[in-house]
Structure formats: structure tokens, C-alpha cells
Design a protein around this ligand. Structure first.
Ligand code: KG4
Ligand code: ZN
Length: 335
């Protein structure tokens, strides 16, 4: 018989509820975005995020059930993101999941948000192990090695800013609205790598990243030009910034995949929506890793959503990794 997992995600600024059948088929995936409310502050305001989650969570649960045409009594389990993320935001999802699971006598599955991003790839094709995932989002830049299903080892990570965070900070200097990753990506396609910013940590023999030096180089260049009343091309600035980020992400991932031979590579997280990164990663993997296949989730599944949480939840459920009603939000959760 089919298993139906209800997934709940509220770690940052999207309230999302989804129903996924057998860890493979999305029956519904409701995403209530709060971006409009955070735009005027230039970033996510945690207290504002929590309030929105409170308003949206039960509406999203009802809508997800309705869209999937599923009765609560037919559900198999409830999966919820319990970290990492903003504590107040996480708490709303965790409390809602516990209440829903208790009221409907359903098992509760705790899910790590980063695992969720990786499992977004399983909607494209079945995951095969060992697998290496590059997770790039507003809060994370991590290389995760998975020997088997639901097993995670971080082999590299950012020492400072996450890739998405660097996009958003640079966007602010260009007076773009938050979050600016998508707009910088579009501008980058119209410009050239004229400024050739530094490529951090490429020479070092590890799989870690650093983006704060790039961010500072970008800000200094723009401020110095402003002082000289010189105008720089926004397109060339975006293209130069993106060329540096993409080169480092792709080269480090390929380097890691040579040290940890894998069947599959996964590119995941909000920044995986970046066209430059998607294209370059596809090209370099095809050229340099002929024995591995690359999976990139569809654009709508790169950003935060609950379908990916339900999919990761299904694998935890298969391994009987369940939580009881003492489950708490864990903002600094690692693997
Ligand atoms: O995964 P996500 O939705 O939320 C977190 O878990 O952080 O990622 C959001 C991040 C933001 O920093 C946003 O600027 C970035 O993903 N982003 C992009 C693109 N689309 C979204 N960055 C670069 N290029 C894009 N096309
Ligand atoms: Zn995320």
C-alpha cells in the first residue's frame, strides 16, 4: 500500500506544507512566501517571520490536504524540519507538526533542513549511493557525502558567508531588492568577467569555501568608484562576481568528487537555481566525471519547500528514525 507523508517546513521565510506519496510523487506542495514583508528590511526579520508562520501554518495544512484530495486518516506520518534555521520560525512548524501528529495518531519524523534540500533531487530521478551533494543556499554552503540513504557526512563547508548570503549582500551594494540572487544571475548573463575578483581557497587542499573576501573586494571596488564619481557597469560587476562564485563552487565540487568517487552528484538549495552555476556544473561534470551523473532539482524545488522535507522524511521513516512529542526546534542542528 502507498505511504503518504505530510511534510512541514518553516525554518526561514517560507511556510510550506506538502503531501508526498512513496517518497516520489508530489500530490501537493503549498508554499506561502513572506518575501514581500521582508523586502523593505533588506533581509529576513526573525520576529516578522515567526508571526507570518503562525498566521499561515494551519491554512497551508488545510490547503495541502485539499489539493492532494487526501483525508487526514489516510496519512502515514508527519515529517517536519526541526533545524537548522531561525528558532522562532522552526518552533511554529514543530509545534504544528506535533499537534497534528498527536491529534491524528500519526508517527512524527524529525528532518534536517539540509537533508531536505538534497532529497529535492529524488523527484528528478532515483538517488543512488555513494552520492555527493553541494548544498548552496542563503544560510549554507556545504559539501555532503552520503554513503547510503539517510547517512550524511559534511566534508567541506564555508568558513564565513554562505554563497546565497554573499549574493544578497552584494545585491544590497547594487541597490537591488532582497533576495537578489536571481537578479544578479540575470544581470550576469548580460555582462563580462571584466573585474576578475579573487577565487578564494582554490589552491588549498581541502573542500572548504570562503566568500567574505570576494564580498569585500566587490564592495571596495564599488565604493572606490563612487568616490571617484565613476560609474561601473552593473552587468560586468554581476558577471565578475558570479564568475568567481561559480568557478570556486564547481572546482571544489569536482575536486571532492575525485577524492570521494560517487555514483551521483546533486546540486541543491536556493542558489542551485542559478543558471550560470547549473550550466557550468553540467558541462564540467560531463567533461571531468564521466562515471557520475549530476542531478539538479527543478527550479521550483531548489528554494525552501515542504515536498523535499516529506521526501527526506520518507527515508528517515524507512529507517524508523522517529521522534516523540518532546521534539524541539534545534536552530544550530548539524548532521
Ligand atoms: O534555499 P533557500 O530558499 O533558503 C535558505 O535555506 O537559505 O535559498 C535562498 C537563497 C537566497 O540567498 C537567494 O538570493 C538565493 O538563494 N538565490 C539565488 C538564485 N535564486 C535564489 N542565488 C543565485 N542565483 C539565483 N538564481
Ligand atoms: Zn533552505
Amino acid at each position: 500500500m502507498s505511504e503518504l507523508i505530510l511534510g512541514i517546513e518553516s525554518s526561514c521565510d517560507e511556510t510550506s506544507v506538502a503531501i508526498v506519496k512513496d517518497g516520489q510523487t508530489i500530490l501537493s506542495n503549498i508554499v506561502a512566501s513572506q518575501i514581500k514583508s521582508h523586502k523593505r528590511f533588506g533581509g529576513v526579520v526573525p520576529e516578522v517571520a515567526s508571526r507570518h508562520h503562525v498566521e499561515q501554518i494551519t491554512l497551508c495544512i488545510d490547503e495541502a490536504l485539499q489539493e492532494a484530495q487526501i483525508d487526514k486518516k489516510d496519512l502515514t506520518a508527519v515529517a517536519v524540519t526541526y533545524g537548522p534555521g531561525l528558532v522562532g520560525a522552526l518552533l511554529i512548524g514543530v509545534q504544528a507538526a506535533k499537534a497534528f501528529a498527536w491529534a491524528n495518531q500519526l508517527p512524527l519524523i524529525p528532518v534536517n533542513h539540509i537533508a531536505g534540500h538534497i532529497y529535492a533531487a529524488c523527484f528528478e530521478e532515483e538517488l543512488q549511493f555513494p552520492l555527493l551533494a553541494l548544498v548552496v543556499s542563503g544560510g549554507h554552503t556545504e559539501l555532503v557525502y552520503m554513503k547510503e540513504d539517510a547517512s550524511y557526512e559534511i566534508i567541506g563547508e564555508t568558513r564565513d558567508d554562505a554563497a546565497g548570503e554573499a549574493y544578497d549582500k552584494v545585491g544590497r551594494v547594487l541597490n537591488l531588492s532582497y533576495p537578489s540572487g536571481k537578479e544578479i544571475d540575470q544581470l550576469a548573463h548580460l555582462g563580462k568577467d571584466h573585474y576578475h575578483f579573487p577565487r578564494a581557497m582554490l589552491q588549498e587542499d581541502n573542500f572548504d569555501f570562503s566568500f567574505s573576501g570576494l564580498k569585500s573586494a566587490f564592495i571596495n571596488l564599488v565604493h572606490n568608484a563612487q568616490q571617484r564619481q565613476e560609474t561601473l557597469s552593473q552587468e560586468d560587476l554581476a558577471a565578475s562576481f558570479q564568475a568567481s562564485v561559480v568557478e570556486v563552487l564547481v572546482k571544489k565540487t569536482i575536486h571532492a568528487a575525485k577524492a570521494y568517487p560517487v555514483k551521483q552528484l546533486v546540486l541543491a538549495g536556493g542558489v542551485a537555481a542559478n543558471q550560470g552555476l547549473r550550466e557550468t556544473m553540467k558541462q564540467k561534470v560531463a567533461e571531468q566525471l564521466p562515471h557520475s551523473t549530476l542531478i539538479i532539482p527543478s527550479l521550483r524545488l531548489c528554494g525552501d519547500n515542504a515536498a523535499m522535507i516529506a521526501a527526506a522524511g520518507q527515508t528517515e521513516f524507512n529507517k524508523h528514525n522517529l521522534a516523540d512529542l518532546s521534539l524541539n526546534a534545534c536552530p544550530g542542528l548539524s548532521f
